[in-house]
Design a protein around this ligand. Structure first.
Ligand code: CTP
Length: 409
């Protein structure tokens, strides 16, 4: 995946700079072309000569040391790169990137490049958790900068905690995955396919101002919808109540808002014949009030009993009438995950079922991350570690595309 990729490696001044030599060497071994920029502080930790020998190119340290009069070095490098990787990235370069300071060769080049940027932070645990660093990293994440999170362990400063730069092998693997993903997106394996994604929680009204709902935020469903769109599908989102806004309307992506399970069923059923993949990420109420009061209900008595009736099971109903559609269900479980997941998968005739333990930290409703296990009719397909919902969305849709079209592995 790295053959011929042009990687601009920025090295800043932390003790982890010594690991940048191994990183550079591994990138070159994987076939990447590497150009190195070092900050003045980085040269205190590791020599330019080492990086020059490993990258087989001169190392840049000074904005005004123009090696080739035909070009302006920092612009030339900025334009040349397929990706800029800053490893290690100190709190200082992170802050400079966040506010747009360009006061040396590296920060100037990073400001000038339109290539994707990846950083591997490394610093003392207290620096890493400082609100300023947290804010700066959030700013960079929002701008699309990819962050290879530091690991936890013994730090050079004597502390134990988070802040140790990820190992070079792991950074190379993240880069390879990044380029593999880019390739898949470029292939548009879901082009010409219609993907319907239900998201959020249903709202079952009791009266004009009250309702029964659940904690579903809509984040997982929206992430799946964005992933499907990025792989080329025409996407229809059918969303109930959500905590976050759906992706902005754009060509190939529409959002239909519904309230109740019945409305959700009607919206999905209306386009069912035309659907290639249905992802039922919504948390649908199993029961609804037997009666919806037309006026606001008045209190009376010390207790009150609500009578509920069973809702339609959308997934099960559509699962029974499949005509080649690829059906992906979800299972939010608190216990006996595998058994419940496989039971739901078979009962609802799904092609894939995504199960998550909603009680696990970093998983389930409202969280930005999830930990899921993917099942098919034969059993467990894969267990994913804690990942952002965006990443899980992509993994699920890549798997669906692979199963549906067999177009890529
Ligand atoms: N689902 C649905 N219609 C319902 C209930 C659930 O389409 N009335 C779908 C959900 O969107 C999800 C899957 O079925 O994709 C499993 O939902 P879940 O709430 O985990 O399971 P239930 O079938 O409701 O089973 P239980 O309440 O027993 O866990």
């Amino acid at each position: 995946m790295l053959t011929g990729k042009k990687i601009l490696l920025g090295i800043t001044g932390g003790i982890a700079a010594y690991k940048a030599a191994s990183l550079c060497s591994k990138l070159v071994q994987q076939g990447a072309e590497v150009r190195v920029i070092m900050t003045g502080s980085a040269t205190q930790f590791i020599s330019e000569l080492t990086l020059q020998a490993l990258s087989k190119h001169p190392v840049y340290t000074d904005t005004f040391d123009e090696k080739n009069p035909q070009v302006i070095a920092h612009i030339d490098l900025a334009d040349w790169a397929d990706l800029a990787l800053v490893a290690p990235a100190t709190a200082n370069i992170i802050a400079k990137m966040a506010v747009g300071i360009a006061d040396d060769m590296l920060s100037t080049t990073l400001l000038a490049t339109e290539a994707p940027i990846m950083i591997a932070p490394a610093m003392n645990v207290h620096m890493y958790t400082h609100p300023a660093v947290t804010r700066n990293l959030a700013e960079l994440t929002g701008r699309g900068v990819l962050i290879v999170e530091p690991g936890s362990g013994q730090l050079a400063c004597g502390y134990t905690g988070k802040g140790r730069m990820e190992e070079p092998e792991a950074i190379v693997a993240v880069l390879a995955n990044y380029f593999a993903r880019q390739k898949r997106v470029a292939e548009q394996p879901l082009a010409g396919k219609k993907v319907v994604v239900t998201a959020g929680g249903t709202v079952e009204r009791l009266d004009p101002v009250r309702y029964i709902t659940n904690d579903s935020s809509g984040k997982m469903g929206f992430a799946i919808a964005k992933a499907a769109r990025s792989l080329g599908a025409e996407v229809v989102i059918v969303a109930g109540r959500t905590e976050v806004s759906p992706p902005a309307f754009s060509e190939g992506l529409t959002v239909t808002r519904v309230e109740s399970a019945l409305e959700m069923y009607e919206a999905v059923n209306a386009i069912w014949a035309d659907t290639d993949i249905l992802v039922k990420a919504a948390a649908v109420a199993d029961y609804r009030p037997k009666q919806i009061a037309e006026q606001k209900m008045k209190k009376s008595g010390e207790t009150m009993t609500l009578e509920l009736v069973k809702n339609i099971d959308i997934l099960e109903t559509l699962g029974r009438s499949k005509m080649g559609q690829f059906l992906i269900g979800f299972a939010a479980e608190t216990d006996q995950l595998e058994q419940n997941a496989l039971d739901k998968l078979r009962r609802k005739n799904c092609d894939l079922l995504i199960a998550n333990d909603v009680t696990a930290e970093g998983a389930g409703f409202g969280s930005d991350t999830n930990i899921v296990h993917v099942y098919d009719q034969d059993g467990l397909v894969q267990s994913l570690p804690q990942l952002s919902k965006e990443e899980i969305g992509l993994r699920i849709m890549e798997l669906a595309a692979e199963r549906l079209t067999g177009e890529f592995k």
